[in-house]
Design a protein around this ligand. Sequence first.
Ligand code: ZN
Ligand code: ZN
Length: 100
Amino acid sequence: MADTITCGGCTATWTAPGAAHCSGCHRSFSGVGLFDAHRSQYGERGACLDPATLTVKHGHRAGEPLMYYRAGMWRGPESTDEQKAALSALRPVDDNEDAA
Ligand SMILES: [Zn+2]
Ligand SMILES: [Zn+2]
């Protein structure tokens, strides 16, 4: 019973429950962590980065591509704990830095 999800702005469809589709650049990601990673905080309303240029900045595999385009969406190379840790490390922490 895989529901097909569609985008109102392009022809993309996907069925993965955890997938995320960007309404800005219309790329699809296998998870919210990858989606977050392609979003830049720079610019008035943020910006979309090219996933192909993103590399792992944390963890033991620093410098390796963060995600690969496979079967219609951007996916992490592996689902190891190490990868998950690297992805969670990429999450913005702005909310915790109000006190200056
Ligand atoms: Zn985007
Ligand atoms: Zn779209």
